[in-house]
Design a protein around this ligand. Structure first.
Ligand code: F6P
Length: 340
């Protein structure tokens, strides 16, 4: 049996653990793995690389993906299944394992419905994919964001400043909530909750009156801009707005409302790069092994998932659901701990 493996969409820490897990398990089953380069682009253009056990040695600690990735898509940049079928047949692939985020997995579902045999593996630092409790990459991103906020807190304190720190997460506030709680942020703004900058300004003034003349505000990139503000965002290949920059507006408005000096840090891609945490390496490895099992068994149209402590598989059409928002219980903790 020959399995094609690709990583598509934004990269995240733990992708190489998945690749290594797939190859190790496929080998146990006597199956060959063919790496597809740069995501769907490589499949549409027939760019492959054999993946034997030696090809995946020493990659567990590495960030990114040894296969490369792209934000190109068979439905946006090609003719759907027709644009990948030739390469699959030419390379004699019996099935694909596709590691991707919501955009990639939705395209995978459409391809599966057009008869392409594939298994999905959810990945993203945003932790928002429906059907799985956690996505690998999230743990590393939270760790990096927490360390950054810790550092920003000491300079905030030295200068009596309001520090606004913007983290990734698209339409969900997972990274903001977790890193904000972990670093003891003074306010956490997430897309799941409406916010009021006048109220926040009062909170910062109360802190200052109580002797804490600095504050750290964590902002998820996907919050709605403050009323009256407009942020022009270009669209990516899947038609999603490219986010980033709302924190500048928030900081300017807080400065105006409080009279305190405010500064902005946009953490950006540092949250996605570099070595994965141990938790992400383990989760990626487990998902890779499970995906290989499914592909070898011919159980296509499924997505591997973490539910509680178990790895299981769910129908791929679970990705039709809305992104998985941060639950109220976590938002409640974040709100309680950041109260003045
Ligand atoms: O989905 C992962 C993510 O890192 C988001 O948090 C962010 O908004 C987006 O990707 C950035 O995408 P790109 O790599 O296309 O700039």
């Amino acid at each position: 049996m020959r399995i094609g493996l690709l990583t598509a969409g934004g990269d995240c820490p733990g992708l190489n653990a998945v690749i290594r897990g797939v190859v190790a398990r496929a080998r146990q089953h006597g199956a060959d793995v063919v790496g597809i380069l740069e995501g769907w682009d490589g499949l549409m253009e027939g760019r492959f690389r054999p993946l034997d056990r030696d090809a995946v040695r020493g990659i567990l600690q590495r960030g990114g993906t040894i296969l490369g990735t792209s934000r190109r898509d068979p439905y946006v940049h090609g003719d759907g299944a027709a644009s990948v079928r030739g390469a699959i047949e030419g390379e004699r692939l019996d099935g694909l394992i596709v590691v991707g985020g919501d955009g990639t997995l939705r395209s995978s579902l459409a391809l599966w419905e057009e008869g392409i045999p594939l298994v999905g593996v959810p990945k993203t630092i945003d932790n928002d994919i429906p059907g799985t409790d956690v996505t690998f990459g999230f743990d590393t991103a939270v760790q990096i964001a927490t360390e950054a906020i810790d550092r920003i807190t000491t300079t905030a304190e030295s200068h009596d400043r309001v520090m606004v720190v913007e983290v990734m997460g698209r339409t969900c506030g997972w990274i903001a909530s977790y890193a904000g709680i972990a670093a003891g942020a003074d306010a956490i703004l997430v897309p799941e909750n409406p916010y009021d900058l006048s109220e926040l300004a009062e909170l910062l003034k109360t802190r200052a009156a109580g002797g804490r003349r600095y504050s750290v505000v964590v902002v998820a990139e996907g919050i709605a801009p403050p009323p009256g503000a407009q942020i022009v965002a270009p669209l990516d290949a899947f038609g999603f707005e490219r986010l980033g920059g709302v924190s500048a507006v928030v900081a300017a408005e807080l400065e105006r409302l409080t009279g305190f000096e405010a500064r902005v840090t946009v953490l950006g891609y540092v949250q996605r790069g570099g070595t994965p945490s141990a938790a992400d390496r383990v989760l990626g490895s487990r998902l890779g092994v499970a995906a290989a099992d499914l592909a070898v068994a011919g159980a296509f149209g499924r997505m591997v998932a973490l539910r509680g402590t178990e790895i299981l598989d769910v129908p791929l059409d679970v990705v039709r659901a809305e992104p998985r928002a941060v639950p109220p219980a976590i938002l409640d903790v974040a709100g309680t701990l950041s109260a003045p």
